[in-house]
Design a protein around this ligand. Structure first.
Ligand code: 4AD
Ligand code: MG
Length: 450
């Protein structure tokens, strides 16, 4: 098999056809769909950058080209040469008047491509994820994901942050010990897959000032929800001398930048995915994100329950449940930033609020449309003795945290940071029902294949 073409036409991609209007070009790709109507064939080709419909009148091509295409099986790989014609009704804006075709690998008739245009159950699709990725909607989601990841790094890279990569194998927990993946680490040692790079980037922040990390993180989540993966990508900034208010400003500017970049280059993809673009445009208007304290959010839920808008009451002092978060976020067009949660159910490292030490100087950012938490962050405890007592109260092994305590011994300063799960952000920005479609190969409680 060779990818050399025998035509002399220039190679092009579907995404760049506007530069080739009226020209004869060659595309390399796959047969996505085929419709025949008498002496006319309407193949749809895809090449990874998009799809384009071809037009093949029997009279316009050789007998061989017509018969080859007419009998071609879906997802066969090919090169196709034809003339690019503008057509305002076509999704890509163009159609291809096919002149010739070369098949690279023909999918055998007796093992047809398993994913057809009809509806499949989600278990079937996940079992065939390696092939499902080829369909236009899934490809569009992955393109948007790539832009979200690029825009997220770009925001920090262009605002004076240094990327510092924390280890993935760690000797201790960061976010609670119940969700740790444990493994043997030589001899008698144990290691854990990281749940968050935070503790390590606190060290790099005190070395470099403004830092971020971006990598895979792991949680042995036993929950089967639309929001939980066992392996996901987190981007985390950490900043020396930053306090809670500054952290809220950072989160707001960061999310605004990402949504702006997605709107700049993915309107067509968002349409394929079925996202209401107006909902994203509302996010980036200049009038900041709403900010509510935990107590204010609780009061809002109490009122909603009294008015019959919520089925169950929210108990003050408890974390918000999914219906609570959905209700709060549905009151706003923009992400809502909820700050100062009760310290009792938050992480050990969070700085208490000096005005009410039962509250933590932390923030959760809830995405609109009921998507729930996309960002969690806080100001960190900077006092040595307080942090040590929190580690003890949480029954964490002091020895494993000695290096972390050192950061409070040698020139401690107030500092703060947050983490955003990329998959949660993609689910919200694309308007997806479940995080399993936001990553090429999702890892969940009950799936690790393919
Ligand atoms: O709120 P979390 O647990 O916060 C931390 O890990 C902090 N150490 C971050 C920091 O301050 N540097 O997780 C942060 C974000 C969540 O808001 C969510 O977007 C995502 O990570 N996340 C998950 N995404 C998918 N599946 C899971 N199981 C997730 N758990 C957290
Ligand atoms: Mg959280």
């Amino acid at each position: 098999m060779s990818t050399e073409t025998t035509t002399s036409a220039p190679l092009a991609t579907i995404a760049s056809l506007s530069a080739h209007e009226g020209q004869t070009i060659t595309l390399r790709g796959w047969l996505y769909n085929l419709r025949a109507s008498g002496k006319l064939l309407f193949p749809i080709f895809r090449d990874g950058t998009g799809t384009i419909q071809g037009i093949v009148p029997k009279a316009a091509v050789s007998e061989e080209v017509f018969e080859t295409l007419k009998n071609l099986t879906l997802e066969s790989s090919l090169t196709v040469t034809g003339k690019v014609r503008a057509d305002s009704r076509a999704p890509s804006g163009f159609e291809l008047d096919v002149e010739s075709i070369e098949v690279l690998q023909r999918v055998p008739e007796d093992t047809p491509f398993p994913i057809s245009l009809k509806e499949h159950g989600v278990d079937f699709l996940m079992e065939h994820r390696h092939l499902w990725l080829r369909t236009p909607r899934q490809s569009a989601i992955l393109r948007v994901r790539a832009t979200i990841m690029r825009a997220a790094s770009e925001y920090f890279d262009t605002n004076g942050f240094i990327r510092t990569d924390p280890p993935i194998l760690t000797p201790n927990a960061c976010e609670g010990t119940s969700e740790l993946f444990e493994m043997d680490y030589f001899d008698d040692d144990k290691a854990y897959l990281t749940q968050s790079g935070q503790l390590y980037i606190e060290a790099t922040a005190l070395a470099l000032g403004k830092v971020y990390s971006f990598g895979p993180t792991f949680r042995a989540e036993k929950s089967k929800t639309r929001r939980h993966l066992t392996e996901f990508w987190m981007i985390e900034p950490e900043v020396a001398f930053l306090e809670l208010d500054g952290l809220l400003n950072l989160a707001e500017a960061f999310i605004t930048h990402i949504v702006t970049r997605v709107l700049e280059s993915h309107r067509a993809d968002l349409k394929v995915i079925g996202k209401d673009i107006a909902k994203l445009e509302a996010v980036i208007t200049p009038d900041g994100f709403p900010r509510l304290s935990y107590d204010e959010a609780h009061a809002m839920l109490e009122k909603a329950f009294a008015e019959g808008k919520l089925e169950a009451p929210h108990k003050c002092g408890d974390d918000f449940g999914s219906p609570d978060e959905t209700y709060i976020s549905s009151q706003f067009d923009k992400p809502v930033m909820i700050h100062r949660y009760p310290a009792a159910f938050k992480a050990f490292y969070m700085q208490p609020d000096p005005l009410d030490p039962t509250k933590a100087l932390c923030v959760d950012v809830l995405a609109p449309e009921g998507y729930g938490e996309i960002i969690g962050g806080s100001q960190r405890i900077h006092d040595y003795d307080l942090l040590k007592s929190r580690i003890e109260q949480h029954d964490l092994p002091l020895a494993a945290f000695q290096w972390y305590l050192d950061l409070r011994k040698y020139g401690s300063v107030p500092h703060a940071g947050f983490g955003m799960g990329i998959e949660r952000a993609v689910a919200w920005i694309c308007g997806l029902d479940h995080v399993r479609e936001t990553i090429p190969f999702a890892r969940t409680l009950n799936r690790i294949y393919p």
